[in-house]
Design a protein around this ligand. Structure first.
Ligand code: UDP
Length: 241
């Protein structure tokens, strides 16, 4: 029997950093394969899983727009969105290679490599047990894939937005700077705002707060953690109203 899960439908936000080695850029297929194996275990539980992929391992619009006056800020952001498509395709093949059935849906039309994002079609794939990889963020510049993940979570009616990071939750202060920083197991949206804690970008936070979508921040680096999180084990930090 498939192990039970705490959630029925989940949006998982995978940053670009999960596609490369620590302090490197680009794509490392060994990292992508490792994360795919974790995702396979999740898919086998029967939970409906949509994954919003970031692109920071390749390009971030805000940074790239500052390298030269020749590039318009929106162009840099479109390049960032295309970077997420590159990651999405790598993740798709890695997952399919593990025997997981997937679809990629892109917010920027890209016939030949991905379906367009169509809400009802996305939900249909999820109901059929396919992992849906959501690429190209929102399709609009000047926001991040955190915001895309929050919007998609609301659109498809996800129970939770899971933010996979390299830190095992939300801390009172930056644990890299202060070793005495404490990790919260739960915290309210209001408190993260009051204390100016970095959970996701502000737009994403406000959206989740307004629409009552809890965010689970957890460390994907420990093998099996994505499954633990989905099964409701108390890892990471839950941010809620
Ligand atoms: N981006 C965008 N609109 C979106 C989502 C992403 O313009 O809806 C661009 C933005 O420039 C961002 C880049 O795509 O910097 C890559 O995404 P992100 O920085 O969120 O990736 P992550 O930090 O998760 O790796």
């Amino acid at each position: 029997d498939a192990p039970s899960t705490a959630f029925k439908r989940v949006v998982l936000k995978l940053s670009g950093e999960s596609f490369c080695r620590e302090r490197e850029g680009g794509i490392s297929m060994s990292e992508v394969t490792a994360i795919s194996r974790q995702i396979k275990a999740v898919a086998e539980t029967g939970v409906q899983l949509a994954i919003v992929v970031g692109g920071g391992n390749i390009l971030r619009g805000k940074q790239f727009s500052q390298v030269s006056a020749a590039i318009h800020a929106s162009t840099a952001h479109y390049m960032g969105m295309l970077a997420t498509v590159i990651n999405a395709l790598a993740l798709q093949d890695a997952l399919e290679n593990e025997g997981v059935s997937t679809r990629v849906q892109s917010a920027i039309r890209m016939e030949g490599v991905a379906e367009p994002f169509i809400r009802r079609r996305c939900i249909r794939h999820l109901e059929k047990g396919r992992v849906v990889i959501l690429a190209a963020g929102t399709g609009s510049p000047f926001v991040t894939t955190d915001t895309a993940a929050a919007l998609r979570a609301r659109e498809i009616g996800a129970d939770v937005l899971m933010k996979a990071t390299k830190v095992d939750g939300v801390y009172s202060e930056d644990p890299a700077k202060n070793p005495h920083a404490v990790r919260y197991s739960t915290i309210t949206f209001q408190d993260t705002l009051k204390q100016n804690l970095q959970v996701m970008d502000a737009t994403a936070i406000h959206h989740c707060m307004e629409h009552n979508i809890p965010i689970l921040v957890f460390d994907f680096g420990r093998d099996g953690n994505i499954l633990r999180a989905i099964q409701g084990e108390r890892i990471g930090t839950i941010v809620h109203n």
